[in-house]
Structure formats: structure tokens, C-alpha cells
Design a protein around this ligand. Structure first.
Ligand code: AR6
Length: 169
């Protein structure tokens, strides 16, 4: 699909309308991509996040991007992988709710990291299939709204899995 792109990059460098943060329920920062986004955005992001009073797993909240090139950060909380069927539902919720929130805020270009596949332990292939299928369905359901989605991979192995999974659709 020509409005889905795959990149190997540090998501904090991307000039999109919004980048998505794989946060935790506190929304008060952490390691991985969350830590990188907070470092690059500066302390104003943490101040803004304090006012959001956390976020449930699968849901999404929005802030400004502050010192990032991106205008907005959409914070979503992926599931900690347990192997239960509910994991897939919650991970799909992250992508769908992030895209809904993006649309509500007029976002036309958005970049996602590989949510839950780091510290939260979701197997990359399973998580990628959910990411690609959910985004594909959202774009089809929202075909009246031009949205450009980038999957931003931090390593080559993840990028290859995204290439394989998007080749299916
Ligand atoms: N740009 C793009 N992708 C990145 C970057 C970056 N700068 N840094 C890491 N990744 P993780 P999770 C990739 O662990 O599994 C935090 O502490 C990384 O290689 O960041 O959802 C939060 O506060 C992996 O492919 O997120 C939570 O407590 C992907 O981003 C917890 O980790 C996700 O890895 C969330 O865990």
C-alpha cells in the first residue's frame, strides 16, 4: 500500500505531524523509545504528561512535540506480553486508538515504533502482523482521510519483518 512506509531510523529525528511513543501507564517516561522521546523533546514534555494522569493499556493520549521535529507525540501503552489472547487485542487497540486520535487532531503523517517488542517482550513477528493488519484496516476504513503511516524500525531485523508483513497486503 503506497501510504504505508517502512524506515530504519531513530523516531525522534522524523519530521512527521506526529510520532507515537511506546509508553507505560504512568506516562512519566522510561527507557527504550520512551526515554529517547523524552530526552529529545525536553522537560516540557514531562510537565505536559504529568497533567494527563496516566493512560490505560491500549489507549492513547496526545501532547505537543516540544523540541522534537514532530508537532505532536501520541503516547500509547502496549501490553506486556503474556501469551494470552488478550495481548493481541490490546496491541491492536494501541494502533487503532493512536490513529483515531491522530485524525481528530488533523495529523496527516504519523510514525509508529514497534510497540511492545522491546522491554514488554512481544515477539516481533506476531506484533508486526498485528501492527500491519490494524493499520491497513484503519486506512481502508478511513479512506476519506489522507493519512501517511511510517513504521519506524530501530534495527534491521525488525525492518525485515515489517517488509515481509507489508508484502502480504
Ligand atoms: N526510535 C525508534 N525505535 C526505537 C527507539 C528509537 N529511538 N528506541 C528503541 N526503539 P521499547 P516497549 C525500539 O522497549 O516494548 C519503556 O521503558 C525498540 O528497539 O521502547 O513497548 C516504557 O516506559 C523496539 O523495537 O517499548 C515502558 O515501560 C521498540 O522501539 C516500556 O519501555 C519498542 O521497545 C515499553 O516497552
Amino acid at each position: 500500500m503506497n501510504n504505508i512506509h517502512i524506515l530504519s531510523s531513530d523516531i525522534t529525528t522524523l519530521h512527521c505531524d506526529a510520532i507515537v511513543n511506546a509508553a507505560n501507564r504512568s506516562l512519566l517516561g522510561g527507557g527504550g523509545v520512551d526515554g529517547a522521546i523524552h530526552r529529545a523533546a525536553g522537560p516540557e514534555l514531562l510537565e505536559d504528561c504529568r497533567g494527563l494522569h496516566g493512560c490505560r493499556t491500549g489507549e492513547a493520549k496526545i501532547t505537543k512535540g516540544y523540541r522534537l521535529p514532530a508537532k505532536f507525540v501520541i503516547h500509547t501503552v502496549g501490553p506486556v506480553y503474556s501469551g494470552a489472547p488478550g495481548d493481541a487485542v490490546l496491541l491492536a487497540d494501541c494502533y487503532r486508538n493512536s490513529l483515531d486520535l491522530a485524525r481528530e487532531n488533523g495529523v496527516r503523517t504519523i510514525a509508529f515504533p514497534a510497540i511492545s517488542t522491546g522491554v514488554y517482550g512481544y515477539p516481533v513477528r506476531e506484533a508486526t502482523k498485528i501492527a500491519v493488519d490494524t493499520v491497513h484496516k484503519w486506512l481502508a476504513d478511513n479512506s476519506d482521510y489522507p493519512m501517511d503511516v511510517t513504521f519506524c524500525c530501530f534495527d534491521e531485523r525488525t525492518r525485515k519483518v515489517y517488509e515481509e508483513q507489508t508484502a502480504r497486503i
